[in-house]
Design a protein around this ligand. Structure first.
Ligand code: NAP
Length: 218
């Protein structure tokens, strides 16, 4: 049974507020975990469900196999009582558009559940190029994670262009300077990633030989 079915059983028609963390998570790092934790508090969410992408239509270039990215997210999220991880996009690459995922969640959980799609501000800035952005914003609010001091001008401009009342909400997260790109580069350069990713994620990166110079990721 998928995590989403388990959560639906737990909700049992109660109203709820659910965060959905979308991303490639290649790899997941402490910045992502801080974003999810802050969203829990700031938007009074019951749970945050991490949904790693399968093979997204917009991704060109190398992406670590979905199964390995998913497993890194599972070990990273395991210790938090309100974090969950779903295989939905990993198992349904054909529905790897955010609008399809949020439509599925809306059908599954029902109208009593308020959904917040959470991802990086740079990804949100591209939202008008995504499949059916205005329909997507009918299913959920979109939370755009930024580091403090981020220029909000472009997000505000984006919000003003939306018809139909969709909501894009910026969320400042201290410490979001960590990035997956930087972590991959550090591994390739033989530099430390200690404390930038959870210990068990670091263990998996080295065990599987991800991001090392000469691996397909570099
Ligand atoms: P990306 O281009 O790999 O990342 C863009 C920026 O956002 C990077 O700085 C990235 O940092 C950051 N980021 C990504 N996920 C984050 C998260 N959950 N929390 C905080 N920062 C995050 O973007 P992506 O990962 O491919 O896409 C992000 C989400 O948007 C995914 O769920 C994807 O499916 C969705 N999306 C949908 C469509 C569509 O429906 N057509 C198109 C594009 C994106 P890190 O590299 O450190 O993560």
């Amino acid at each position: 049974m998928d995590t989403l079915e388990v959560l639906r059983g737990r909700l049992d028609k109660r109203p709820a507020r659910l965060g959905v963390m979308g991303g490639g998570f290649d790899p997941i790092h402490i910045g992502h975990l801080a974003v999810a934790d802050q969203a829990l508090e700031q938007f009074r969410l019951n749970w945050v469900i991490f949904i790693p992408t399968g093979t997204p239509p917009h991704k060109r270039g190398f992406l670590t196999p979905a199964e390995l990215r998913y497993l890194m997210v599972v070990v990273a999220a395991a210790g938090h009582p309100r974090f969950w991880v779903s295989r939905y996009e990993v198992d349904n690459p054909a529905t790897d558009y955010t609008v399809e995922t949020m439509s599925h969640l809306t059908r599954l959980f029902g109208v009593g559940v308020e959904l917040f799609f959470i991802t990086g501000a740079d990804a949100v800035l591209e939202i008008m190029t995504w499949k059916e952005p205005e329909r997507l914003l009918g299913f959920c609010s979109v939370v755009a994670a930024t580091r403090p001091g981020y220029d909000l001008g472009e997000l505000e401009h984006l919000q003003s262009r939306l018809v139909g009342g969709g909501r894009i909400v910026p969320m400042d997260v201290p410490g979001l300077d960590v990035s997956s790109t930087d972590i991959r580069q550090r591994v390739a350069d033989g530099r430390t990633i200690r404390y930038l990713v959870p210990q068990r994620v670091e263990d998996l990166i080295y065990k599987w030989g991800l991001y090392a110079l000469g691996s397909k990721g570099q």
